[in-house]
Design a protein around this ligand. Structure first.
Ligand code: GTP
Ligand code: MG
Length: 446
C-alpha cells in the first residue's frame, strides 16, 4: 500500500513567520529535482551546505542553503534534500510549487517519518516518539519521548522478542523431532524462561502508568468547602487571574481548567465549586461537578482555610478524598488563626508555600521518570504489552498445573500470540491500516 518510489516534498517548519523555513524533499529524484530548482550549475555534494538561488516559475524567489543527504544516511533513508530558505510562507510555498513542477509530489501527513520506518531507519515506537517529541510541552515529556526515540524501549522490546523467538524455536524443534524422545527444552527451564520474560514485561507495565501520565498529562482538581481560597490558589498556580475570586462563599459554580507545568508534568488544573449542602439548584450542580472531578482526577489538592478553625465540613472532604492521591493545604497562612502544622501552609494571595506545594504534588503523583530506563508512554504499546503479559501468565499457569506435561502445541500457541503482540508494538507485524492510522496523526512535513 505504501510506496517509496516517488519523491515527496513539504514545508518542514511550522506555519507562520520565522528567520528560516525548511522545505524537505525525499525520494529517488530529490537531488535531480533540487538541481532543476537551483539557479546554479555547481553540483550538490553529499552533506555539504550549498548556497543557492532558488527558482520558481522562471523567477529567482530566494537565497537558500541547500543540503543533500544521500540514501541511506538520511532521515528517511531515501535521498533527501533540505532547502533552508527565509521563513516566509509565500516563499516556502513557491519553493514547494517549484519542486512539484519539477516532478515531486506533495507529502501526506507523517510521510517522511513513515518512510524512515519503511526503510528500517527506525521502528514503530521510535516513529511514534517523533510525534511525541514534537508535541511535547514540558521538559519531562520531551525527555520521555527522546529516550524512546533514542531506542531504549526498542532495545527492551527486542530482548523480549528474541527470548520468545528462542523459546518458540526450541519448542518447535521438540515437535519436529518427536521420535528422538528428547525435549529440546525441559519444563523447569521453560518455567524459568517464562519467569524471566514476565519480569521484564511486568516492570515495563509498572512503569507504564508513569510513562503514560507523562505523555498524556494528568488532571488535578482543587477541592474544599466554599471560600477557602480554591480559585485564588488555582490562579496563583496558573499564573493568571483565570477564575473569579470574591469574598462571597459559593462564587465558583462551574469547573474551570487551565494547563500548567508542575515540575515538568503537564497538568490540567481544575478549579471547582466549594462543596457544601445547598438549596440553590445552580450551586448544587456545581457541587456535583466538584464531586465528579475528585473521581476523575489523578490527584486532588484539598484546600482548608487556616484563618478559621477546621470544621466538620473540612473533615467530610478529607474523608471523601482519603483514598486518592492528594495534597492537603492550609491556605491563608498569612492570617492564620491556629498553629496546626499538620498540613502544608500556603497563602494564595501572598504566593507563599507554592514551591513546596508543587513539589508535594509531584511527589503525590509519583510519576518521576528514571533517565535511560525504558518506559512505555503510549496506550497502544501498553495495551499490547498487557496482552503479552496475559498470555504468558496463562502459559506459565497451565505449565505448572500440568506438572510439566503440557503439550508443546498448547504452549506454542500462547508464546506465538505473545510474540505477535510484541511485534505489533515494534511494527514488525503492523497491518497497513494501523500504520495509516498512526501516521495520519502527524502533521505534514514530519
Ligand atoms: N488573606 C488571605 N485571603 C485569601 C487567601 N486566598 C484567598 N483569600 C480570600 O478568600 C476569599 C475567597 O477566595 P476564593 O478564591 O474565591 O475562594 P474559593 O474557595 O474559590 O470560594 P468558592 O468559589 O466560593 O468556593 C477571597 O476574598 C480571597 O481574596 C489567602 O491566602 N490569604
Ligand atoms: Mg472559587
Amino acid at each position: 500500500m505504501f510506496s517509496t518510489a516517488d519523491t515527496i516534498v513539504a514545508i518542514a517548519t511550522p506555519a507562520g513567520r520565522g528567520a528560516i523555513g525548511v522545505v524537505r524533499l525525499s525520494g529517488p529524484n530529490a537531488r535531480s529535482i533540487a538541481t532543476i530548482m537551483r539557479d546554479a550549475d555547481s553540483a550538490l555534494l553529499p552533506r555539504h551546505a550549498t548556497f543557492s538561488r532558488i527558482r520558481s516559475a522562471d523567477d529567482v524567489v530566494d537565497h537558500a542553503i541547500v543540503t543533500f543527504f544521500p540514501a541511506p544516511h538520511s532521515y528517511t533513508g531515501d535521498d533527501v534534500v533540505e532547502v533552508s530558505a527565509h521563513g516566509s510562507q509565500v516563499i516556502l510555498r513557491s519553493i514547494v510549487a517549484s519542486a512539484v513542477a519539477a516532478g515531486a509530489r506533495l507529502a501526506e501527513p507523517g510521510e517522511f517519518t513513515l518512510r524512515a520506518f519503511l526503510n528500517n531507519r527506525i521502528d514503530l515506537p521510535q516513529a511514534e516518539a517523533v510525534a511525541d517529541l514534537i508535541d511535547a510541552v514540558t521538559p519531562l515529556q520531551a525527555r520521555a519521548a527522546f529516550d524512546q526515540l533514542d531506542g531504549t524501549l526498542t532495545a527492551r522490546i527486542g530482548e523480549i522478542d528474541a527470548a520468545l523467538f528462542d523459546l518458540i524455536a526450541r519448542l518447535e524443534a521438540s515437535i519436529d523431532f518427536p521420535d528422538e524422545g528428547y525435549h529440546f527444552v525441559r519444563p523447569g527451564e521453560l518455567i524459568a524462561a517464562l519467569d524471566a520474560l514476565l519480569d521484564i514485561v511486568t516492570s515495563l507495565l509498572e512503569d507504564g502508568r508513569r510513562g503514560r501520565l507523562i505523555r498524556e498529562g494528568l488532571q488535578v482538581a482543587i477541592v474544599g468547602k466554599p471560600n477557602v481560597g480554591k480559585s485564588s490558589l488555582f490562579n496563583a498556580l496558573a499564573g493568571s487571574a483565570r477564575a473569579i475570586v470574591t469574598p462571597v462563599a459559593g462564587t465558583t459554580r462551574d469547573l474551570v481548567t487551565e494547563i500548567v507545568d508542575i515540575e515538568g508534568l503537564r497538568v490540567t488544573l481544575v478549579d471547582s465549586a466549594g462543596i457544601r449542602p445547598t438549596e440553590d439548584p445552580v450551586e448544587a450542580l456545581g457541587v456535583e461537578l466538584a464531586r465528579q472531578a475528585i473521581k476523575t482526577s489523578d490527584a486532588v489538592i484539598v484546600v482548608l482555610d487556616s484563618s478559621e478553625t477546621f470544621d466538620e465540613r473540612d473533615a467530610a472532604i478529607l474523608q471523601q478524598t482519603r483514598n486518592f492521591r492528594r495534597v492537603v493545604v492550609a491556605n491563608k497562612c498569612d492570617v492564620r488563626a491556629q498553629s496546626d502544622d499538620t498540613f502544608l501552609a500556603v497563602s494564595a494571595t501572598q504566593q507563599t508555600g507554592l514551591m513546596a506545594l508543587r513539589a508535594e504534588l509531584a511527589r503525590a503523583l509519583d510519576v518521576e521518570l528514571q533517565r535511560g530506563q525504558p518506559s512505555i508512554t503510549n496506550l497502544r504499546h501498553l495495551t499490547l504489552m498487557e496482552r503479552a503479559h496475559g498470555v504468558l501468565t496463562r502459559a506459565r499457569a497451565s505449565l505448572i498445573e500440568s506438572g510439566g506435561s503440557l503439550s508443546e502445541e498448547f504452549l506454542l500457541a500462547d508464546l506465538q500470540s505473545a510474540r505477535n503482540a510484541v511485534e505489533e508494538i515494534s511494527g514488525r507485524r503492523a497491518p497497513d491500516d494501523l500504520l495509516a492510522h498512526i501516521f495520519s496523526r502527524f502533521c505534514v512535513g514530519k
